[in-house]
Design a protein around this ligand. Sequence first.
Ligand code: FAD
Length: 192
Amino acid sequence: MDQGNAADFDLFVIGGGVNGCGIARDAAGRGLRVGLAEQGDLAQATSSASTKLFHGGLRYLEYYEFRLVREALIERETLLVAMPHISWPLRFVLPHHDGLRPAWLLRLGLFLYDHLGGRKILPPTRSLDLHEDPAGAPLKPGYEKAFEYSDCWVEDARLVVLLARDAARRSAKIMPRKKCLAARRDGGVWRI
Ligand SMILES: Cc1cc2nc3c(=O)[nH]c(=O)nc-3n(C[C@H](O)[C@H](O)[C@H](O)COP(=O)(O)OP(=O)(O)OC[C@H]3O[C@@H](n4cnc5c(N)ncnc54)[C@H](O)[C@@H]3O)c2cc1C
């Protein structure tokens, strides 16, 4: 940082994406003196170009990561409650076909997905008859059955800005348009 902004911090974060702003908020909430430098605008990079989903990680069930999925499912509903103005439930329709795992196995996985995290807000999985259900209308003929399940989506860039604002409210110094040019260790401290 240039001399004009020299300051002492317990933690200095380089990058104002979702990780940097989330870490800054968490650390400031724990009473650390936090600085954050973002070379451009907050969320200018990957954190405004995601698919905007937050989910329990259905596919990790295949790897028997039950604990990970449970934690993510619990967090999913916590986030929905914490930021109802920028996050929403989203229903996914998974049409079944012969190239997938057997329908009973997918249904079992979705049953676990519904129940591992103590779901309270989101609606449960449904089985769909694609001949009858409107979800079948845009599909090629040949699909007969589908499963409809819940995950969520969030306005990713707004989430980043809200994290930064809340970090600042907790005394973090958030510095957009400040590029970190070098970091060097000098005795017991880092000079940035
Ligand atoms: C196509 C796509 C879809 C995705 N979909 C999802 C999804 O649905 N759900 C999900 O949870 N995740 C998703 N992800 C992943 C998620 O978007 C990323 O993991 C997340 O945005 C990474 O955040 P970050 O803060 O680590 O990085 P970034 O958002 O890239 O932030 C890094 C920041 O550091 C800044 N920076 C770099 N160098 C310096 C410097 N020297 N000085 C100051 N600042 C600097 C950059 O300008 C940038 O703003 C997706 C990713 C992609 C690409």
